[in-house]
Design a protein around this ligand. Structure first.
Ligand code: G6P
Ligand code: MG
Length: 217
């Protein structure tokens, strides 16, 4: 029986995946690198420096570590400008009802976000205390697709990974969930998330019959 849900944040609970894309695209344009939405799929779930490396590789651009750190900081400033205007209205539909249902069913919840801005985004969304556990990405050695962040959440909740459902919109995130030995619930397009056990278009698609099915697997 399933005992916990471990959620990604950006692109699962709110539309910050789009903000990350817009900020990276701005940076890529400045560097003269073509960067499409399709290219961005590879960056989803990947940490800040890892994402920058992928963009530079795409444009075959080589930079010093110092220049890379400056660009990553610039991207973050641009990203934070977009986050600034966020409010509880930006929480995706269905998230709060889902958490009520999970709580009522005695299911634990955790957040497994690679973002160093996760605490700020939770604050903006008005849900700083929604989870039983929030992983601190500052203490994660290996980013997604490594399973470390999902395993850290399962351990902190005291629940075996096989009894957890991981929820992710990113291919790298789904790989991490599967490597952790959890059931992977993909959010988005089935084509992009082929490794997931089940793909649904949005969290709002988790209705009562589906939730009952997932919890009794
Ligand atoms: C999440 C997003 C990625 C982002 C990463 C780091 O995993 O899906 O797109 O690059 O967090 O975010 P940060 O806010 O720390 O730059
Ligand atoms: Mg995501």
């Amino acid at each position: 029986m399933i005992q916990a849900f471990v959620f990604d944040l950006d692109g699962v609970l709110t539309d910050t995946a789009e903000y990350h894309f817009l900020a990276w695209q701005q940076l890529a344009t400045q560097l003269g690198i073509d960067f499409s939405r399709e290219d961005n799929e590879l960056l989803k779930g990947v940490d800040r420096m890892g994402s920058l490396e992928l963009i530079l590789k795409l444009g075959k651009v080589q930079l010093s570590q110092d220049e890379k750190l400056k660009l990553a900081a610039q991207k973050n400033t641009d990203y934070l400008k977009l986050v600034e205007s966020m409010s509880p209205a930006d929480l995706f539909p269905g998230v709060l009802p889902l958490f009520s249902s999970l709580k009522a069913a005695g299911i634990k919840t955790a957040l497994a976000s690679a973002s160093k801005n996760a605490a700020l985004v939770l604050q903006k969304l008005g849900i700083p205390d929604l989870f039983d556990y929030v992983a601190d990405s500052n203490f994660i050695q290996n980013g997604k697709p490594d399973p470390e962040i999902f395993l850290t959440c399962a351990k902190a909740l005291g629940i075996a990974p096989e009894r957890c459902i991981g929820v992710e919109d990113a291919p790298a995130g789904v790989t991490a969930i599967k490597a952790a030995g959890m059931y992977a619930l993909g959010i988005g397009e089935a084509r992009a998330l082929a490794q997931a056990d089940l793909v649904i278009p949005a969290v709002s698609a988790i209705n009562q019959p589906l939730l009952t099915r997932l919890l009794t697997m």
